[in-house]
Design a protein around this ligand. Structure first.
Ligand code: NAD
Length: 504
């Protein structure tokens, strides 16, 4: 393992950058290729890791089955399982700075953001513990001489596949409810950002989760991820990632008749009416697209502004975007941190260049920084494009970078038609002081989440769903634990006489 000098004392991170993955309760050298993990702020390699290989998948799945059996996790009383999840949540909170430092190193994100993600993961574990502990079973109304009940049983081994953009939060969103429901979990983080999920496994272990119940096997999607989804003993997969990968995995799941939850891409409309509180709208729209450097499935990347406000709003937005500070995630004054890799940054730049060739006008940003400390990292400046129509590629394709398109609209009908004219259906922002109108539009927009006069705010108690190409199924909320359970109906006979049938 190599470790480059970095903002956090290397010794403090060394323990979390050990070249081993967690398979079936053992820390082992992955059987896959050796990968280099790179700090996006400087493009320097800070550690190497033997990633998981296909054979680790089977060991992890079998390890999960054995651990569930050995530890009695599946049949443990709810409050006993909940106690372990509570301890994991508390441990995440206690280690929030350590998690944040590691995630910033691995993904480039600002420390403010990675710390918030760590705290949200802690809350997710504690919320799922509380949901589990307070979840009642159901006695159904009998329609005969029986006592009838509906119970929920663990499914077995859950495959949890996550992208690189918010590792600890998306891990927790899947792992916490799946464990709560009594399952074992095999988590497959991406090779680009494996370290935080591995650290989470350490914290789970220390918090008393029976060894083997959670395996973490960072590896390439096409081999390791695919083998996990195809494994005959994996009972359900929960996936967050790109739409084309998700669509492919839905086919694989269909062949196995296996349930799958898909949280996929987006191209979310943000709508500003001329009666909006303009100051709040500017702040919210700016945050909605440029926070996380736009590397967010819910980024408000298609901005529609009512024509009477369009010029003023656009000018102000562009001026403020120009004032956002591009810099490393470790610098407290940074607003927009680097992107995950140089390759991803270049693909964002290509999409913008193609849009300009097709007639779009760049109002700000639009060029890779080539000077100073930004030249080495995967930086791309906040970019706003106009003179586009909603059907253009730049308005329809997910960019996953700090790039917004801004368009005027004339009336509600025109607006709803344009906003819904997309393959995706993930999120929407509405800025208006007329709540009747906002609610009307909120209902008319095809999206799993709509924010009115705010954006990109989350609560673990509120379900999250993607419609159309943005996904299948729901995460978060109390019912999340149920989504990792098999429902079973039990009839207990209460009659005095046997079933009357035939001549017996
Ligand atoms: P991706 O689809 O390339 O990869 C996501 C994960 O899937 C990675 O762990 C990858 O290794 C794995 N994978 C890839 N091919 C696989 C296969 N054939 N079988 C099994 N696993 C496979 O996506 P990405 O580029 O890492 O992430 C960005 C995408 O994720 C964007 O489209 C973004 O919108 C989406 N996303 C969605 C949400 C949401 O909640 N809706 C949240 C975050 C990110």
């Amino acid at each position: 393992m190599t470790l480059a000098a970095h903002f956090v004392s290397p010794t403090s991170l060394t323990a979390d950058l050990v070249d081993s993955i967690y398979v079936g309760g053992r820390w082992v050298l992955g059987t896959g290729d050796e990968i280099e993990t790179v700090d996006p702020a400087t493009s320097t390699v800070f550690a190497t890791l033997h990633s998981a290989g296909v054979e680790d998948v089977d060991t992890a799945v079998q390890g999960g089955i054995d651990a569930a059996h050995r530890s009695g996790w599946a049949t443990m009383l709810h409050h006993e399982r909940a106690a372990v999840l509570h301890r994991i949540g508390n441990s995440i909170e206690y280690n929030a700075d350590r998690i944040a430092a590691l995630q910033t190193l691995d993904t480039g994100k600002t420390l403010t953001e990675t710390r918030a993600l760590a705290l949200s993961a802690a809350n997710t574990f504690r919320y799922m513990a509380a949901a589990l502990e307070t979840m009642d079973g159901v006695l159904t109304t009998p329609r005969g001489p029986w006592m009838t009940m509906s119970t929920h049983e663990p499914m077995g081994v859950i495959g949890a596949i996550t992208p690189w953009n918010s590792p600890i939060a998306s891990d927790a969103q899947k792992i916490a409810p799946a464990l709560a429901a009594g399952n074992a979990v095999v988590a497959k983080p991406p090779v680009w950002a494996p370290w935080v999920t591995l650290l989470l496994a350490r914290l789970c272990d220390e918090a008393g989760l029976p060894a083997g119940l959670l395996s973490v096997i960072p590896g390439p999607g096409r081999t390791v991820g695919e083998a996990l989804v195809r494994h005959p003993d994996v009972a359900k997969v929960t996936f967050t990632g790109g739409t084309s990968t998700g669509r492919h995995l839905a086919h694989v799941a269909a062949d196995k008749l296996m349930p799958i939850t898909l949280e996929l891409g987006g191209k979310s409309p943000t709508i500003v009416f001329d009666d909006a509180d303009v100051e709040r709208a500017l702040q919210g729209v700016l945050y909605g697209i440029f926070s996380s450097s736009g590397q967010s499935c819910i980024a408000g990347s298609r901005i529609f502004v009512q024509r009477s406000l369009f010029e003023h709003f656009t000018n102000e937005l562009v001026a403020r975007a120009g004032r956002l500070r591009l810099g490393p995630g470790t610098d407290p004054s940074t607003d927009v941190a680097p992107m995950i890799t140089l390759a991803h940054r270049d693909s964002v730049a290509r999409m913008v260049d193609n849009a300009v060739l097709a007639g779009a006008r760049t109002l700000c940003g639009g060029a890779v920084p080539v000077e100073g400390r930004l030249a080495d990292g995967a930086y791309y400046p906040p970019t706003v494009l106009t003179d586009v129509t909603n059907t253009d590629a730049i308005c329809q394709e997910e960019i996953f970078g700090p790039v917004a398109v801004i368009m005027p609209f004339d009336d509600e009908l025109d607006l709803v038609e344009q906003a819904n004219d997309t393959a995706y259906g993930l999120a929407c922002g509405i800025w208006s002081q007329d709540y009747r109108r906002a609610l009307r539009i909120a209902k008319a927009i095809d999206a799993g989440t709509v924010w009115v006069n705010t954006y990109k705010q989350f609560s673990i108690s509120t379900p999250f769903t993607g419609l159309r190409d943005s996904g299948l199924g729901t995460e978060k909320g109390r019912d999340a634990v149920r989504h990792y359970s098999n429902q079973k109906s039990i009839y207990l006979d209460t009659s005095e006489s046997p079933i009357a049938w035939g001549r017996n």
